[in-house]
Design a protein around this ligand. Structure first.
Ligand SMILES: Nc1ncnc2c1ncn2[C@@H]1O[C@H](COP(=O)(O)OP(=O)(O)OP(=O)(O)O)[C@@H](O)[C@H]1O
Length: 379
């Protein structure tokens, strides 16, 4: 673990008592740090593919999410990474109830929320909020910042009664590092980073317990990315938030994530702690993604071994049999064609590899550690 990261972890632990108090006072959470606040099991989302204009008939399905399982623990950040189209945004929409799953369960504090409706659903939605990808298009240009941030109060007036709203919005602007006097300005009067702060303030308005951030910094310049990530880390400590942080870039999630899940074609192929994934990757896809991250140190960069994946990601409407990654994998054998690898700690590790960090779930019949030249932490 890098020194800056351990420093951040220590600061996190020091602030955790206050954080837990805040978490309870803000959202009524009785969950201790580290307990699973969200349990996702065998989540599937298939979008029907139809033909015909008047008489539509289903001719197939896009398997956007195809059996995803993970836990999100209280107070942690779970990073989810993968190439465009692998199903990250669909996972985000399922968790925040913007889409209904085809099958599978999402348990929030032990209760399956996939079948909820009415009041019960409204209460859960308040506690699981989303921050969207593109601050340039996700904010309504005709609304003032005050109206954008205060809009969630229309649905949940119990959080901020009418006379109290502008005061609450000013507080939120302050919390995300914006001048409360900007309350009457419009989105176009802000920079990209400031707009994402507005999106975050809106996500925080209802004092949620979980924030699902879908590529929150991908549209921003690198220098601004770091500021927004630091802001999110600070808010996590202050409000006891748990994050699902989605990105296509492994180096972006490393800075903020406690654990990371790597997705490929609708499935998580490897999941583990930040150290397990970055320093002991065992799935060929994770190794290929890591090998593509540039290294700031020129000497290390000069000897960096890049794994170039051949071909494109197959269509999620027609994924390969067996292992979805096999068509691009240099290790693929017949077994990969006929037998889908499960996301488990590979048996051979227990026998042959004493190093504990290698013992994390990896969906590969031939999982093996391969040292990638490591990207340095950006803090
Ligand atoms: N409403 C929909 N109807 C049909 N197909 C969809 C729908 N939403 C997503 N898909 C398809 O599901 C697959 C996964 O999409 P998703 O947006 O979840 O991927 P992603 O990993 O978030 O990619 P990106 O980073 O480009 O947003 C893609 O093939 C996409 O075209």
């Amino acid at each position: 673990m890098s020194p800056d990261r351990s420093g951040r972890k220590q600061a996190k632990e020091e602030g955790s008592a206050a954080r837990r108090l805040l978490a309870r006072s803000h959202a009524g959470s009785a969950y201790a740090a580290g307990e699973a606040i969200l349990e996702v099991r065998d989540l599937v989302k298939h979008f029907p593919l139809t033909q015909g204009i008047v008489f539509k008939r289903q001719v197939g399905a896009v398997k956007a999410v195809d059996g995803v399982s993970f836990d999100l623990r209280q107070g942690e950040t779970l990073g989810i990474v993968g190439e465009s189209g692998c199903g990250k945004s669909t996972v985000a929409k399922l968790v925040t109830h913007l889409e209904e799953p085809t099958s599978g369960t999402i348990r929030y504090k032990g209760e399956d929320i996939t079948k909820l409706s009415g009041r019960a659903l409204k209460a859960v939605r308040r506690n699981i909020q989303m921050v969207f990808q593109d601050p340039y298009t996700s904010l309504n240009p005709r609304m003032t910042v005050g109206d954008i941030i205060g809009e969630p109060f229309d649905i949940h007036p119990e959080v901020a009664p009418k006379g109290d709203r502008r005061g609450k919005v000013r507080e939120l602007l302050d919390v995300v590092g914006l001048n409360p006097e900007y309350i009457n300005r419009y989105p176009h009067q802000f920079s990209g980073g400031q707009r994402q702060r507005i999106g975050i303030a809106r996500g925080l308005a209802l004092r949620p317990e979980i924030i699902v951030a879908d590529e929150p910094v991908s549209a921003l310049d690198v220098s601004v990315q770091a500021q927004v990530i630091n802001l999110m880390s600070r808010l996590q400590d202050e409000f006891g938030l748990s994050y699902i942080f989605i990105a296509h870039d492994l180096s972006v999630v490393r800075h903020i994530s406690d654990r990371v899940g790597v997705m490929y074609l609708g499935k998580i192929v490897e999941i583990g702690t930040e150290e397990e994934i970055y320093e002991h990757p065992t799935h060929p896809y994770t190794q290929a993604l890591l090998s593509a991250v540039p290294v700031p140190d020129p000497e290390a960069e000069a000897v960096r071994e890049r794994i170039v994946l051949e071909g494109d990601v197959p269509s999620p409407a027609n994924p390969p049999s067996g292992c979805h990654f096999r068509t691009r994998c240099w290790k693929a054998q017949h077994r990969c064609v006929v037998e889908e690898p499960l996301l488990i700690v590979p048996e051979n590790f227990a026998r042959s590899t004493p190093q504990e960090a290698v013992h994390h779930p990896s969906a590969c019949h031939f999982a093996a550690e391969r040292t990638a030249v490591l990207p340095r932490s950006t803090d």
